[in-house]
Design a protein. Sequence first.
Length: 224
Amino acid sequence: MEKDAVLGFLWVDTASYGLIFTLSPYYHLADAHYVAGPGDTPSILNEDSRAHYLGGRAMLQACEKNHSARMGVEVWAQRSNTAFRLRANPPDPGLSGIDQQETHRAQNESLFAEDEYQPASWLTLDGGVRLVHYGGLVHEDAFSPRLGAGLRVPRFGWTLHGYYAYYYQPPPLGKNFGERWSLSLNSTNVLNSRFLLDTSNTFGGTHTVNPRQIYLEARYRFHY
């Protein structure tokens, strides 16, 4: 059984010289419970996991002539509690079972800047960068560039676009339970202490003449 609750708000302030400031704090609760059935054999597994997230994003946007620039900061902190219980079924006096409980904390800070530039009515260029610092079970820094372009072909009513991005994905805040047991219980990606990087290439086009609209996309993604 899983439950999620999110609480947040968005504040927007428009200033002079085409500046727009937005602030969006939030709180997120993720609660998951796994309860095995009484008829499960040869063991019964119970796992309770609860994570609290507190974060926010502040962004300043400037629009002038052919530019639409955005820069800001995004931060969040996480506190995770996990309880793991494993019992033999039927009960065996010679097996004591496993009872483990762990609490972990992590935080993430990132700075980002991006710009959308339109040098001509038929051409749009996008570029951006994000600097990330993550601290949890491991401490890591990452640099994530992003580039994109859009080309409008008025005669045919088409807009062609391409996009390249290099993403940072924080590692899971957890570890391998059952480490004192002869049979190790592994979870996907938990043993990967390195951060995850996703490379995404997107190429496609959009036909903008109504009532027919066609969208074509080819995507390649790589991560480790």
